[in-house]
Design a protein around this ligand. Structure first.
Ligand code: MN
Length: 699
């Protein structure tokens, strides 16, 4: 195949014979894998990976990258497995192919600028190895060159993605040639009419001026030679999209765009750039205000050059770029310029060093410019990421610090979502809230109105936003809930003393605050709710009733449990009371009220020190679900768990947790279920009894 031979010829120019041999094997391997597949254009599929590899040879990429380019679609589109690639071509190649397959699966959907920026960062972060991005850009470039064969609607989507994502990435990495070609090709498919008109006008304009331009070129070469400056002078085609942008941003007609004729002057060293500039300014007059010194102040992607525009003969404006060969090399290949002009091959560590070195050189060349640190900060995030980029269910992208968990994600979407999250799905699978997120994850938070932040979350959140909101919530809710509950306890104590709580006005409270040295009414109520103060004592102090009132009356005070008190009231894990169960409240200093069932075995052990027991009853209108534990003894038969789960679901209950223990011929299933009340639990048990394998049900 002709293309394959061209590729072999190109790599032979800069790689060792044994590397060329490996590339030959990769061509054969890829050819066999893609056997029978065709591109949209009708060409055999193998033409694509070979073309991608050939684009990379212009950057002199190493043997691993060229092989990975040849194999970049085999894992995604053929029967070949990553293991086979690793076995045949080594782990580094397999990792490059794997990185490319991952990028292949994510797609840019939204149009917002901020999202496009995040998407670009996500791609760079996911790639890790900069060669993955270089191969991806070459892949996209070839797809854009052959886009005409695609159906119209697909063309537009791919062109838009290229314009918004891949062109800016190539620009940021300093790959100017690829950048300009991607821009022009995207422009062609996004605005076919404008592209057609502009490219025709450009052709005509260049044709008309060919003779004049030839004369100018000769004059420039001659003058530089007279001044003993070694220089390569070439004509330069400006890319159509940048002319279009200039017309748009400055509201110019095509004829008014000055710099469509351009020359490039390449010299040997830094000083010659400025000498050449002086010589050319002596040849033709410069247009004032058009001179730019990108050598002293390089562009953020490392581009260095002098730009000036001259009044040529017959009023032809000519833009001239002057730079050294070294600067030109970086201008064309950017981050890849280290492979260019470098023969031989090096290890992954070398590659990292090279990338580092590129950054370092950029930093040094930027040291005079004011925004260098900001730029470096930016680039570090891109190439050596300490952030992760994840999708919301609607396809928006959020950036989070590395190590962030689902709870961090929930809070970064919205405070309410964080405060009410109970579960999370990552890539459509239920995972624990503490799960660390990875680049490209699609994260969906499940919320419930009654859910509240858990103090345990503080152990694994990484964002200050999440931490702050959880702390704030715990603090205010704890005292708020406790105060509300404390107020109910106080009112009941006052009633028990025969006092209407309404009668306790500001004067009563002011006196109480003074006597007790407390700051606010809220604090006292919270103290009662948390069991730090006894409601009867505070009621007496408040009403200034003598100690003589019989304290037994306090026993008549009954607290109603509504299930919405939050942390002020907790339900004991030992007996898991549900609405309808006879219950008793145990109040412990500083811990608020714990609700147990009357027959709780833990309670029977007796009253601990510092505990106060209260009569409590359920409110009639409780709507939230409660956890309840039941034990099922079942015969060991196939499918019994499925039957049990189905029966539970049928009774409209959820399974929160399940454990097994073996008991000889039987198995004990320990369920934690969610039910609304005793009646609901009775329905669940009735439903379970219908299963023949269920021997016993114990709560
Ligand atoms: Mn491809």
């Amino acid at each position: 195949m002709a293309d394959a031979e061209l590729l072999i010829g190109e790599v032979s120019g800069y790689l060792k014979p044994q590397d060329v041999e490996h590339i030959r094997e990769a061509i054969e391997f890829s050819c066999a894998a893609h056997q029978g597949q065709k591109r949209q254009s009708g060409d055999p599929y193998i033409s694509h990976p070979i073309a991608v590899a050939r684009i990379l040879t212009t950057l002199h990429l190493d043997v691993q990258a060229i092989i990975a380019a040849l194999l970049h679609d085999v894992v995604e589109d053929t029967e070949v497995t990553p293991e086979q690639v690793a076995e045949k071509f080594g782990k580094p190649v397999a990792e490059l192919v794997d990185g490319l397959s991952k990028l292949e699966r994510i797609r840019f959907e939204t149009r917002e600028d901020a999202d496009a920026e995040n998407f670009r960062k996500m791609l760079l972060a996911m790639a890790r190895d900069v060669r993955v991005i270089l191969i991806k850009l070459a892949d996209r470039l070839h797809n854009m060159r052959t886009l005409g064969a695609m159906p119209h609607d697909k063309c537009e989507r791919i062109a838009r993605e290229t314009m918004e994502i891949y062109a800016p990435i190539s620009n940021r990495l300093g790959l100017n040639d690829i950048y300009h070609e991607l821009q022009d090709l995207s422009f062609k498919y996004l605005h076919p009419n404008r592209y057609a008109v502009l490219s025709k006008a450009l052709k005509v304009a260049r044709g008309n001026r060919r003779e004049v331009l030839g004369k100018i070129l000769d004059a420039v070469r001659l003058r530089l030679a007279e001044q003993h400056i070694q220089a390569d002078v070439t004509g330069r085609e400006k890319n159509i999209y940048s002319i279009y942008k200039k017309m748009q941003s400055k509201s110019l007609a095509f004829a008014e765009v000055l710099d469509i004729y351009g020359f490039r002057v390449l010299v040997d060293d830094f000083a010659s750039c400025y000498v050449a500039l002086g010589v050319l300014h002596g040849l033709y007059k410069p247009i004032p205000g058009k001179f730019k010194d990108y050598i002293a102040i390089p562009k953020v992607n490392g581009y260095q050059s002098l730009h000036t525009t001259l009044f040529g003969p017959f009023g032809t404006p000519i833009e001239i770029q002057i730079r050294t060969h070294e600067m030109h090399r970086i201008a064309a290949a950017g981050v890849a310029s280290h492979w260019l002009y470098k023969s031989g091959h090096f290890s992954i560590n070398d590659l990292h060093k090279k990338t580092h070195q590129w950054l370092q050189e950029l930093l040094e060349s930027l040291s005079q410019s004011s925004d260098s640190s900001e730029f470096l900060e930016h680039l570090k995030v891109d190439l050596f990421p300490d952030e992760v980029y994840v999708f919301t269910p609607k396809g928006k992208i959020l950036s989070l610090p590395r190590g962030a968990t689902a709870v961090d994600f929930a809070y970064s979407v919205h405070t309410d979502i964080g405060n009410h999250c109970i579960a999370v799905k990552v890539n459509h699978e239920m995972v624990p809230l503490r799960t660390e997120l990875r680049n490209g994850d699609r994260v969906e938070i499940v919320t419930a109105p009654y859910a509240k932040p858990n103090p345990a979350w503080l152990g694994y959140v990484t964002t200050s936003k999440a931490r702050g909101h959880i702390r704030h919530f715990l603090k205010t809710m704890q005292s708020g809930e406790s105060a509300q509950f404390g107020e109910r306890m106080l009112n009941q104590a006052l009633h028990a003393l025969g006092i209407n709580p309404q009668e306790m006005d500001e004067a009563h409270w002011d006196k109480l605050l003074k006597d007790t040295g407390t700051k606010s009414r809220q604090d006292i109520l919270a103290d009662i709710g948390l069991g730090r103060r006894l409601n009867m004592v505070v009621a007496r102090q408040l009403a200034r009733v003598g100690e003589t009132v019989a304290s037994e009356t306090a026993a008549n005070a009954v607290i109603t449990i509504q299930g919405t008190e939050g942390m002020a009231v907790q339900f004991a894990k030992c007996c898991r009371p549900i609405p309808g169960d006879p219950i008793i409240g145990v109040i412990k200093s500083g811990q608020g009220l714990m609700v147990h069932t009357h027959d709780c075995p833990a309670l029977r052990k007796g009253r601990g020190s510092g505990e106060q027991w209260l009569d409590v009853i359920w409110d009639k209108n409780i709507t939230r679900p409660f956890d309840v534990s039941i034990k099922l003894v079942v015969a060991n038969q196939r499918g019994v768990l499925a039957k049990v789960a189905a029966a539970i679901a049928e009774a409209e209950s959820n399974i929160e947790n399940v454990n097994f223990t073996n008991e000889g011929a039987y198995t004990a299933l320990h369920f934690t279920l969610q039910v609304n009340n005793r009646l609901h639990l009775a329905n669940v048990i009735r439903s379970l009894r219908k299963i023949p394998e269920v021997m016993r049900i114990i709560r």
